[in-house]
Design a protein. Sequence first.
Length: 345
Amino acid sequence: MIVLGVESSCDETGLALYDTQRGLLSHALYSQVAMHEEYGGVVPELASRDHIRRAIPLLKQTLGEAGLSLEQIDTVAYTQGPGLAGALLVGASVACSLALAIDRPVLGIHHLEGHLLAPLLADNPPPFPFVALLVSGGHTQLMRVDGVGRYQLLGETLDDAAGEAFDKSAKLLGLGYPGGPAISLLATEGDPQAYKLPRPMLHSKDLNFSFSGLKTAVLTVVKNHAASLAQQALSRQDKADIARGFVDAIVDVLSAKCMTALKQTGLKRLVIAGGVGANSQLRAALNAAAAKRRFQVFYPELQFCTDNGAMIAFAGALRLQANPQAASRDYAFNVRPRWPLSEIG
């Protein structure tokens, strides 16, 4: 069975073809980062218009690389939510139009489920069950995963997610958009002893997160530093030291909560999913903890950490293998900009 995946939830247009017999056949991705960088963040209307421009050329590229025709596709899967409403509507309309044209069923996929299952695309995929740390955009969640559609929420962010804290703190340091990779890279030049920033909810005795206070702490440090320098600009080393303090605080909280989740569930496998899963400092900390505590940690390939069509095609294929009747020929699509992962099963 060959599944076409269409991803358009935010600022990346992704298409991919996944074969349940041969694996991932091809995938193509276009990132809008350069366009949105000028505005310091994603502009929804511009994102939607760009998805319209990119979808069909990326489809042709994906089919060409796989050596397939449109008629050889068995099912079209698309991101139904959550995400930006306009951006989701573009992907949904493209997917349903294509499916209608070739008389194939369509299947709406939860964007976060795509991230959650993306590590299974690796050469050494984790078997079920496992604990998953989902750190993607506006989401930071710990889940127990017992199988496709079998997810138990263990803890989540109460305000700013880790990804949001990365972007907002990077902006405070004048690092532009997207902030996550920039602040992580700059942190490698910083002194870990220069700033000891708070670790919110580190000892909360539950598995929830809160990062708004950490972002506020960065703001306070930047303001105090600027005042002491009579409004002079922060030096690169100053910024690097603050970045290091911020990244260390995030990593400490995420790592500690993961350890607690493994202990509470009794599981020995940890999966990291989502964009922050590409963070080198987080990976180093979790790898060290895994070696010390004798559990396994799994990551998606770097190219599948951010939004992509491969994870949507793959999630669609797994859904269909579990329930061949999951897809339908109802092409009157709708999207769900807000869609809790707990509502799918």
